[in-house]
Write a protein that binds this ligand. Structure first.
Ligand code: HEM
Length: 403
């Protein structure tokens, strides 16, 4: 999960402005500048809450892979990122060896076979959302599809009331995109939203402790690894992470993908004419757009990356979007080829913390693109509209499409 970029516009020591809206819209040239500046670029003063407020940006593919594969040196521990949590998020902020215990328990619930069972229900939901706007001449895609679809799928799966989706989305946004003007106010907004998420989760957990239902919260309470059950507190710490990961990332990916297709008619037509291309197009757009632009680690010891020293206890921003467009690692890195067949992108991260929800996310993305293009194959962004992408987790709250 990415940190909130500080919207006062911190400058790196090489001078590029990380709060620039154009950079959020088209981050790829910025990534290139980052890679060309060196293997590690220090950004001063971005994390005022830490003794060392600097972040170290790592943008080259080989270095990104090194960081992701060495959790003993580049830790995901509690203080790597603050998103309102009062205990480490499970499994994101648990380092090996304990991390494996949680993945052993969670992986089967998110395995392709389990996710395939959700496809019919997902398709029915998408079809209703598309049908609701198809006879109009346009919509805000973010509000019409990319926000409601993943929220409904995810809340049903976890066992939280779908009727409260709007409230949950607002809480999640309060953490990922706090709108207060100063860092102190933003931090207190994040803590308030966090406390309210814990309260909601505790409420639902108490109900499930009384009576189990057909949902993940009940599954977590009954699951065993090596003969041990999770404690209720561990279940809450898993659900807190799911709340943020499950409600935001697929929405961001759908926004990025539909904006891309609306602005590139040849790609849109290819995909609408031949839906068998869609799974490849999803992977290529995940690579190129990389909606979760970066993940964060903290160094556990003095170390170095490609000859650049990094002291212990420093924050490292692992720039997934940059690794995904690094000409050192990819053929034709800068061209979007929706037929690309070999595509080992890092949009879901890598190493032990690789995304648990990737199969669920891929299924949702594919089904939305299939259903939308079968009903509305021709669409575009209206003339003169400049899309506004949020930083770090690239959503577009206002994504007008016309047809
Ligand atoms: C296209 C959508 C998604 C993208 C791009 C995405 C991206 C990522 C990334 C980059 C990581 C690595 C974090 C790190 O290394 O620090 C991650 C981890 C994770 N994601 Fe996703 N994610 C998506 C959807 C989901 C969904 C739908 C869920 C729902 C359950 C989910 C649950 C998780 C969890 C639990 C982890 C932590 C895994 C661990 O620490 O072992 N993700 N995701």
């Amino acid at each position: 999960m990415a940190t909130n970029a500080d919207d006062t516009g911190p400058k790196s020591e090489n001078g590029f402005d990380m709060g620039d809206p154009e950079l959020n819209r088209h981050p790829q040239p910025g990534y290139r500048m980052l890679r060309d500046s060196g293997p590690v670029v220090r950004v001063a003063g971005v994390i005022p809450s830490r003794a060392s407020a600097d972040a170290h940006l790592v943008g080259r593919h080989a270095d990104v892979v090194t960081v992701l594969r060495n959790p003993d040196v580049f830790s995901s521990r509690f203080d790597a990122v603050h998103i309102g949590q009062v205990r480490p998020l499970i499994p994101l902020q648990i380092d090996p060896p304990d991390h494996a215990k949680y993945r052993k328990l969670l992986d089967p619930l998110f395995a392709p076979r389990r996710i395939a069972l959700l496809e019919d229900r997902t398709r029915a939901l998408v079809s209703d959302l598309v049908e609701a706007v198809a006879d109009d001449s346009g919509c805000n895609f973010h509000a019409a599809v990319s926000e409601p679809l993943p929220s409904t799928v995810f809340l049903e799966l976890l066992g939280l009331p779908v009727s409260r989706a709007a409230e949950f989305i607002a809480l999640k946004d309060g953490i990922i995109r706090p709108s207060a003007p100063t860092p102190e106010e933003r931090s207190s907004m994040v803590d308030d939203a966090g406390a309210r998420i814990y309260a909601v989760l505790q409420e639902v957990l108490d109900e499930r402790l009384e009576t189990r239902q057909e949902d993940f919260i009940s599954d977590f309470l009954d699951a065993e690894v090596d003969g041990e059950r999770l404690t209720p507190e561990e279940v809450i710490d898993i659900c807190y992470l799911f709340f943020l990961a499950g409600l935001d990332t697929v929405t961001a990916s759908l926004d990025c993908m539909m904006a891309r297709l609306a602005l590139h008619p040849a790609e849109r037509r290819r995909l609408a004419d031949d839906p068998s291309v869609i799974p490849h197009a999803v992977e290529e757009m995940l690579r190129w757009e990389t909606p979760v632009t970066a993940v964060v680690r903290v160094t556990t010891q003095d170390t170095e990356l490609s000859g650049c020293p990094i002291a212990a206890d420093e924050v490292v921003s692992v720039m997934l979007g940059s690794a995904n467009t690094d000409e050192r690692a990819w053929d034709e890195a800068a061209s979007v080829d929706i037929d690309r067949r070999v595509n080992k992108h890092l949009a879901f991260g890598g190493g032990v913390h690789r995304c648990l929800g990737s199969h669920l996310a891929r299924m949702e993305l594919r089904v939305v693109l299939e259903e939308w293009h079968s009903r509305i194959p021709e669409y575009r962004v209206p003339e003169g509209v400049e899309l506004d992408y949020s930083p770090s987790l690239r959503q577009i709250a206002d994504l007008p499409l016309v047809w």
